[in-house]
Design a protein around this ligand. Structure first.
Ligand code: ACO
Ligand code: KIV
Length: 511
């Protein structure tokens, strides 16, 4: 059996320290419920002395958690902070005070302005003082990542001897390299007497983008608690992301001799919840919970994933509550992805027919970032319309604008494969285009309806135009056309309606 790693979630404390991410008590309770659903072991609910609101949040989350999680209040190595935290945690079933102070030369000399001896004394005192209130006391050695190895051993020895149940070794500034941070943890494990009787925790920041790697190195070298946040929220560049570190342990559990009890299927939901409450959006390429984490948009990858998912995916998206892998159709997609999506939509294309749709698809995809299902359907319908065409639109060019007479030049190809061009002007670009088409097609009709709608989303969406023309005998013919450019859609729709009218006329003549 591998070691159980406790997941200490600090979204509500360090996560909330992200500029712009602060949460009120009700919002913190909503997040806390989600953390309980995920079965985190420890919830750091706030810094009780910092404000009445944070005190209340810690108090209510302690009540909410009951026996299901340890609830932590953070303090400085200051008696009044500890008193306030103890008060907030008075009714908690599993309370923990998290106290401590800086231990690096920078924090001692420039921030706290104390000597090493004063630091050792304060460290011991804050733990002993907190122990008056409860047994479970966690000590943090702030900025341990930049501290002297032997001084850190002395600090941790003092607090272990004073009764700390958990010792937290933070890389507060995200400065360390993972292997070096691992050596630091190993050094403590070798040199602090009795450390095997306490929980060693790691709390890493992401200033160099290595917070998850740092935490995993910590675990590899002896830590059994990881402090982390949903979406990696936290001071400055954030903390170790909970979803990343838990999945890292799941993937490499044997090598790390580690497992967690977290319900990973709640990850996607937790990510969305925290993002919507804090207003901190999640980057699309964020590991595990980003919108693109299980999306494939290039042909070679799509072909691989369609043959077997694990050719390009190490995690089943369902395991993190992210549904299914997505095949995103773009100009980098190949036949395999297009065929697959068409089949999902109920269209079977093989061989030459598939090649032709693929060609149209690429033309469209070069103009759009992403080709959606509606685009594909529209593209197929457009092809069907052209198959039975007497006239086909070859090109349309418009010139219009302020102080200009709208003018259209239209080129059509007829069934005898002749290309005919006509030009006309009108009250607007569409009117000019219709008149130019009429000069070539020369069939009497009234344009009785014109409507345009966006087929998909975004500025590059296909616009689909529907028009109705009425023949002299009162018969109505509908035409449709789709393109990114609505003038082109309009020309296509009009030519399509006229083709129908002409086909109908021919059929009548043949009867
Ligand atoms: C690495 C971390 O993330 S630590 C957690 C960060 N979280 C917070 O800061 C929570 C919100 N903070 C607050 O509400 C306030 O800063 C308070 C209530 C904690 C303190 O407020 P104030 O008394 O006004 O002090 P202020 O914030 O200006 O300065 C911090 C003081 O605490 C001292 N201090 C900082 N950390 C510690 C510590 N761990 N132990 C003891 N003293 C500390 C500083 O040296 C400074 O003392 P000084 O004024 O004697 O120089
Ligand atoms: C309070 C401590 C654990 C902290 O947030 C840090 O060192 O980054």
């Amino acid at each position: 059996m591998t070691r159980k790693i406790d997941i200490f979630d600090t979204t509500l404390r360090d996560g909330e320290q992200s500029p712009g991410a602060s949460m009120n008590t009700e919002e913190k309770l909503v997040v806390a419920r989600q953390l309980l659903r995920m079965k985190v072991d420890v919830i750091e609910a706030g810094f009780p002395i910092s404000s009445p609101g944070d005190f209340e949040s810690v108090r209510r989350i302690a009540e909410l958690a009951g026996d299901d999680a340890t609830v932590v209040g953070l303090t400085r190595a200051v008696e009044k902070d500890i008193d306030r935290a103890a008060e907030a945690l008075k009714y908690a079933k599993r309370p923990r005070i998290h106290t401590g102070l800086g231990v690096s030369p920078s924090h001692l000399h420039d921030k706290l302005r104390i000597t090493e001896d004063q630091c050792l004394e304060r460290a011991e005192h804050c733990v002993r003082y907190a122990k008056k209130y409860m047994n479970d006391v966690q000590f943090y050695a702030e900025d341990a990542g930049r501290s002297d190895y032997d001084f850190l051993v002395k600090v941790i020895q003092r607090v272990v001897d004073a009764g700390a149940t958990v010792v937290n070794i933070p890389d507060t500034t995200g400065y360390s390299l993972p292997a070096e941070f691992g050596r630091r943890i190993a050094y403590l494990m070798e040199n602090v007497r009795g450390i095997e009787n306490v929980t060693v925790s790691v709390h890493c920041h992401n200033d160099l983008g290595m917070a998850t790697a740092l935490a995993l190195e910590g675990v590899k070298n002896g830590a059994t608690q990881i402090e982390c946040t949903i979406n990696g929220l936290g001071e400055r560049a954030g903390n170790t992301a909970l979803e990343e570190v838990v999945m890292g342990i799941r993937m490499h559990g044997e090598e790390l001799n580690a497992h967690t009890d977290i319900n990973t299927r709640e990850f996607a939901k937790a990510s969305r919840l925290v993002s919507s409450i804090t207003g901190m959006s999640v980057q699309a390429n964020k590991a595990i919970v980003g919108a693109n984490a299980f999306a494939h948009s290039s042909g070679i990858h799509q072909d691989g994933v369609l043959k077997k998912r694990d050719t390009y995916e190490i995690i089943d998206p369902a395991d993190v509550g992210a549904g299914q892998s997505q095949i995103v159709l773009t100009a980098r997609s190949g036949h395999a992805a297009l065929k697959h999506r068409l089949e999902e939509l109920g269209y079977e294309f093989e061989g030459d027919a598939l090649d032709k749709v693929y060609e149209d698809f690429l033309n469209l995809a070069d103009k759009k970032k992403e080709v959606y299902d509606e685009d594909l359907e529209s593209l197929i319908h457009e092809r069907d319309r052209q198959v039975s065409a007497i006239f086909q639109l070859e090109g349309v060019q418009i010139s219009c604008g302020t102080d200009m007479i709208p003018t259209a030049t239209v080129t059509l190809r007829n069934q005898a494969d002749q290309v005919v061009t006509a030009c006309d002007f009108g009250t607007g670009p569409i009117d000019a285009m219709y008149k130019a088409v009429n000069k070539i097609v020369q069939v009497e009709n009234d344009l009785t309806e014109f409507s345009v709608q966006s087929v998909t989303r975004g500025i590059d969406a296909l616009g689909e135009v529907t028009i109705r023309v009425t023949a002299p005998d009162g018969e109505v013919y509908t035409g449709r056309g789709a393109d990114n450019d609505i003038v082109v859609s309009s020309a296509r729709a009009y030519v399509n309606a006229l083709n129908r009218l002409l086909n109908d006329k021919r059929e009548h003549q043949q009867k």
